[in-house]
Design a protein around this ligand. Structure first.
Ligand SMILES: [Zn+2]
Length: 454
């Protein structure tokens, strides 16, 4: 089921689908400015008793007052597991006042029309809201508070469970287990890159302005990792001294100290072994954490313990965070941008197989073009990569030299590019790495210093 909000523009407006995706950290809002994100989060805390761990993508132009009610409702629905049900879509609009009271809204002429367009079955509004004419096929329900709206929604879902929303565009509702990208629209290249990284166990870095989908993609890694074999399950369980059933995902949050990662008989960072190590906001990490990360990526060990893990990171592209954004303007000078990247350290950047820039494309309006997703494929390609020798990868170096226009790259980077090319070829079921595949691999690593922003 999909919940819509309504954004007015004068006397008409647009429906905004509220798309939630589970994540592992805390409630994350993508799209609007940082200040607005903070404001929304603070207000949500006053409305709801607790905030679930989800990522929400919103259009950047959304106003806090208009989005708050549908957003609260979507979070309530998420916690009651209603969003995964097959039900016609629901619209909720009206401002929220103190104590979650839903205020009456001015009558909006185009609501019935919009509801018909999106096959909306239920409209939840504040008391004394007037609709011009009931031409639509929806139920209208006046609610005192947002909690009240939550109960009405629950009742509606139970009655209409199993009824599919008939609108063709309405495909972004529930998260389906068979496709971890099911409610991330657009970002085709980044999704593909992430699949390669997972299949090849190759370190990946996403960079770009806020709202470009970096964290959203990182949040999907947990569901992309292939299931543990019974062997690795035993190894991990023994190492962590607890039963491990799923590939572990360990996150390094900003402000983490080196000591935090070394804590424990087996160092805490080794919890990433056999799974993924995720570092969002890479530029906000302390310098010694960055050094430690580079060393783990190199040796795949820490203090003698194995940390064979998929390293996945995300960062802004400059210190004002606006580089690459179409909404905000970056005022950083070329030198400041260089300094920003130098702080991350080229030794660290050099260890990524993929470094991809994400632009702030509006995830909700771009076309649906997900790469085909295949768990079995990822598992097979992983197995293949393990069997491939370093010799085999080195034999690809001449092909790399032939296509590479950047002669200043280190030997390590060249080798990583060959590894990536091998992974892509395996993923696509090709026996040989062709020139086109090598080129594709090379283009998946691009830092701002190699591109022209200004
Ligand atoms: Zn900037």
């Amino acid at each position: 089921m999909l919940i819509y909000g309504y954004q007015s523009q004068g006397f008409t407006g647009n429906l905004i689908p509220i798309v939630l995706a589970q994540n592992t950290a805390e409630l994350t809002i993508l799209g609007p400015s940082l200040a607005k994100q903070r404001e929304i989060r603070i207000l949500l805390k006053t409305i709801l008793p607790s905030l679930p761990k989800v990522t929400i993508q919103l259009p950047n132009s959304v106003t806090t007052q208009e989005i708050l009610a549908p957003l609260s409702l979507a979070l309530l629905a998420y916690e009651r597991h209603l969003l995964t049900l097959d039900c016609p879509a629901v619209l909720c609009y009206g401002e929220i006042g103190l104590g979650g009271v839903l205020k009456p809204s001015p009558s909006l002429r185009d609501i019935p029309l919009r509801c018909t367009d999106q096959a909306i079955g239920l409209v939840l509004v504040g008391r004394q809201t007037l609709l011009p004419s009931r031409s639509g096929n929806f139920e209208l329900c006046e609610c005192e508070t947002i909690q009240d709206a939550g109960s009405q929604l629950c009742k509606y879902c139970l009655q209409h469970q199993g009824e599919k929303a008939s609108s063709e565009e309405n495909t972004t509702g529930a998260e389906s287990l068979s496709d971890p990208f099911s409610n991330i629209i657009g970002l085709k290249r980044a999704k593909q890159a992430l699949l390669y990284a997972v299949a090849g166990n190759l370190p990946i870095l996403f960079y770009g302005p806020p709202g470009s989908g970096k964290s959203l993609l990182l949040s999907r890694i947990a569901s992309l990792l292939p299931a543990l074999t019974s062997e690795s399950q035993q190894e991990l369980s023994a190492m962590q001294a607890q039963r491990i059933d799923k590939p572990p995902v360990f996150e390094i949050h900003p402000g983490t100290k080196e000591a935090d990662l070394m804590k424990g008989v087996v160092p805490a960072i080794c919890k990433a072994h056999g799974g993924s190590l995720i570092v969002d906001e890479l530029s906000h990490q302390k310098p010694n954490i960055l050094t430690l990360l580079a060393s783990v990526m190199d040796s795949r060990t820490f203090s003698g313990y194995p940390v064979n893990t998929l390293v996945a990171c995300a960062t802004n592209a400059c210190s004002c965070a606006n580089l690459g954004s179409v909404q905000g303007v970056c005022h950083c000078s070329e030198m400041q941008i260089d300094k920003f990247w130098a702080r991350l350290g080229y030794p660290l950047l050099d260890r990524f197989a993929i470094a991809l820039c994400l632009h702030s494309e509006n995830l909700l309006v771009s076309e649906v073009n997900a790469p085909t997703f295949d768990y079995e494929r990822i598992r097979e390609v992983r197995k293949l990569q393990k069997q491939r020798s370093e010799q085999e990868i080195r034999r690809l170096l001449p092909l790399y030299t032939k296509i590479s226009c950047n002669t200043q790259l280190s030997f390590r980077r060249s080798l990583l590019c060959c590894k990536l090319a091998r992974t892509i070829a395996d993923y696509e079921g090709k026996i040989l790495v062709t020139q086109a595949i090598m080129q594709e691999a090379e283009q998946l690593y691009l830092l701002p210093k190699d591109r022209h922003y200004h």
